[in-house]
Write a protein that binds this ligand. Structure first.
Ligand SMILES: Cc1cc2nc3c(=O)[nH]c(=O)nc-3n(C[C@H](O)[C@H](O)[C@H](O)COP(=O)(O)O)c2cc1C
Length: 180
């Protein structure tokens, strides 16, 4: 990475997976690390590269509005977004998340990555537990052959706590900054 590049790593995480990846990434790229509530839009403008990570909830990337709402001012910077979910990040799931969260113009400019987080139903707050229960009922009522891979992933970990967080998964993100 060129000496003068300033990198900020911002994250929003509910249960810690996205935070864990943000810490690994910030350490690897020597970036400044912030939880999204600690950052104002004006802080982002001071950096050359902005990396945002958010947990995936019902195909939405939590906290990503900080990038979307400031997109016009940020679009000429290097913009990286990663979403952390239970999904294995297959192309189909990735496109689904991209289309659900970004406009065509944003998709062109933003380097987007999917990372795999963790899931433990017992650690969820009451609302999330209820939402997951509704989702499970909905998925169970579908023909198993019709399930998308992220839906299968959710059913697989509903009763079994899983932790897929893996430091090596940040390599493509770190490389995309270093190869700038
Ligand atoms: C209510 C709820 C909805 C979720 N929706 C999705 C989803 O749409 N896609 C996905 O891949 N994972 C989904 N997950 C799994 C989370 O994204 C996963 O646990 C992730 O590691 C959370 O990151 P965090 O700990 O940083 O918040 C959902 C989890 C909950 C509790």
């Amino acid at each position: 990475m060129k000496e003068e590049q300033k990198v900020i790593v911002v994250y929003k995480s509910k249960y810690g997976s996205t935070k864990c990846y943000a810490e690994w990434i910030a350490q690897a790229v020597k970036g400044d690390l912030f939880e999204s509530s600690e950052v104002k839009s004006a802080d982002l403008f001071k950096y050359d590269t902005i990396i945002f990570g958010g947990g995936l909830y019902a195909v939405g990337i939590i906290g990503v509005d900080i990038i979307k709402n400031n997109f016009e001012q940020l679009k000429d910077k290097k913009l990286i977004v990663y979403a952390v979910g239970a999904s294995s990040g297959k192309e189909e799931d990735k496109n689904n998340v991209l289309n659900n969260n970004f406009t065509a113009k944003m998709k062109e400019k933003i380097d987007f990555f999917m990372l795999r987080g963790a899931f433990n139903r017992k650690r969820l707050n009451l609302i999330d537990r209820f939402l997951m229960w509704i989702l499970k009922l909905k998925l169970k009522s579908k023909d198993p052959k019709e399930l998308k891979s992220d839906e299968k992933g959710i059913l697989d970990c509903y009763d079994t706590p899983m932790d897929w967080t893996n430091k090596e998964a940040i390599i493509p993100i770190v490389e995309s900054i270093n190869n700038r």
